[in-house]
Every structure is written in structure tokens, then in C-alpha cells.
Design a binder for this molecule. Sequence first.
Ligand SMILES: NC(=O)c1ccc[n+]([C@@H]2O[C@H](COP(=O)([O-])OP(=O)(O)OC[C@H]3O[C@@H](n4cnc5c(N)ncnc54)[C@H](OP(=O)(O)O)[C@@H]3O)[C@@H](O)[C@H]2O)c1
Length: 291
Amino acid sequence: MGYEMAARLAKGGCDVAVWNRTKAKADPLARHGARVVNELKDLASRDIVFCMVSTWDDVKEVVGKLLSGSSKPKMVVECSSISLEGSAELRELLKQKGIEYLAAPVSGNAKVIKAGKLTFVVSGPRAAYDKAKPYLDMMGTGSSYVGEGELARIAKICHNVMLGVVIQCLSEITILAQKTGMRRHAFLDFLNKSVMGSMFTRYKTPALVNLDFKVTFTPHLLRKDLDLGLDAGRELEVPMPLASVTRDLLQTMIGHGMTEQDFATLILMQAKASGIDLKPENVEVGDGLSS
Ligand SMILES: NC(=O)c1ccc[n+]([C@@H]2O[C@H](COP(=O)([O-])OP(=O)(O)OC[C@H]3O[C@@H](n4cnc5c(N)ncnc54)[C@H](OP(=O)(O)O)[C@@H]3O)[C@@H](O)[C@H]2O)c1
């Protein structure tokens, strides 16, 4: 995610410096004019630092290293999907150092970013948002400002609970359709053209039809977000039965060792539970992203 975001900023003509733990993965960004630095603290003198890692623990670690020298950035925009509590702790830490902070998690995967369709949900001081907005716009199709504090975090968690529930539902109905004798691509063609079709159902279609499970989002990261949603539900006394069942199905998949491919492998579990040995249909289907 971070790679494609940085690539869009660099291609858009921004003065971009990048750090990634495994530097080799970031090196190709130099082609687009980005400077790939060796140490995180080399980014501390930038105006705005965008952070895109995995969990709150990772965010804490990288921000700690970023601020370990004498310089500090004017603003940190944190885009990973993390908890409200982690985000609030980060806000407090940055406030004490006089650094502006926006919580700006995203919707979309690396391919979505490439297609220019990434979206952000943002919270924090309005003035900081106004400064960051041109860069957020450059990375996708825009951002939604939802207010002060950590509100963006809960919006993103809600979004990803829906992601989990929808992929499980898509897996169930696609296998149901197949078991009646329908081809998966034919069923999904209908669904994608219908009122229920969405950018998501369209871009997951190649995975469901041809079983291309090259990872876009790992089962572990999805489980993290379902757990964050369920934690928030418990705290706020909101029942979340669909999220709960989906979380357990995902856990079962992880327990079977299915962790390294895309989360859409939920369809393989569904097929197995339905007595179907799933095979790729090897039919050319669009993903709704490439024109
Ligand atoms: N993929 C999606 O579809 C998607 C969509 C929306 C939001 N998100 C969220 O966006 C974030 C990134 O997702 P992703 O799919 O890009 O994950 P990813 O492919 O696993 O990449 C994680 C990145 O974070 C770095 N990283 C992780 N832990 C680190 C640590 N302790 N110190 C330094 N660097 C660390 C990794 O560095 P290395 O290269 O060295 O491993 C890598 O660059 C996650 O919070 C995820 O939930 C993902």
C-alpha cells in the first residue's frame, strides 16, 4: 500500500523521500523521482510524514524511530488501520512534541491505488486536514473528513467489518450458485451488473472465478480489523452477530494454515464445506479497475 501511495505522490511531482524496513522493496520508487533513505530519522525534517505499516505496535515502533533524532516533521498523517486507543496515544505523543496529526486510514488495495481509486477517511484538526488534502487527493479519488480526534479510525473499522462480511457472503452465494450447476463467472457477471454489484464485488471477481489468490490483503490483517470492530462493539454495547461469525470463519481458515494468500481464499473453505473441489474456470473476467 505504502509503495503505491508514494509512487503516486512522486509521479505527481511531489518532493518525496521514502523509508521502508526492507529497503529493496522501496528502491524502485527512485525511478519515479523519490529519494529512498536508509534511516527513518532521515524523514524527520520533512513537512508531512505519511505512515503506512501494519498494526499499532508497528506504528509505535516506526514513529519512535522517526522522532529519535533532533528534527521533527510538521505533520504526521497515519494511514494504517489501527485501533482508536492506539491512534489516541499517538495523537497525545505528537501533541506533546508540537507535531500536527491526522488519522487517515484508507479504502482500497494496491491495485486500487494504481487505478487512482484510493479513498481516505480523515479525522483531526480541520486546519491540518486542509493542508494535507492536496496530497491525499493526489493519491486517489479524494478523502472524507469526518471530524476531530479518532473518528476516522472507527469509520475504517466499520468499513473493514463490512469487507469481511461481504467476502464471506460472496463466497457462500457463489458456491451455492455453482452447486446448482451455474458457472461462477456467469453468476458473478449477473451480480456485478445488478444493484448489488460494487467496485469491490467486481475487483474480487477474478479471484473467485480463476482462483488467483495473489495477496491483496492478508487473512491476519482482516482478522485484526474484525477484532477491532468486535472490541468496539463490546465497548459500545453494540451486538455484531455477522462480524462475530465471520471472524470465527476467518479464524478457522487461519487455523488451517491458510495465511499467506489473499483473504478471498474464504471461498476455498466454503467450497470444501460444501463438498466441492474448487477448480479455476480459466475465463477472462474484468476486475472493473483496468480500462
Ligand atoms: N492491503 C489492503 O487491501 C489494505 C487496504 C486498506 C488498508 N490496509 C491497511 O494498510 C496497512 C498496510 O497494509 P499492507 O497491505 O500494505 O500490508 P503489507 O503488505 O503487509 O505491508 C506492511 C508494510 O509495513 C511495514 N512494516 C510492518 N511492520 C513494521 C515494523 N514493525 N517496522 C517497520 N516497518 C514495518 C512492512 O515493511 P517490510 O516491507 O519490511 O515488511 C511493509 O512495508 C495495514 O494496517 C492494513 O490493515 C490494507
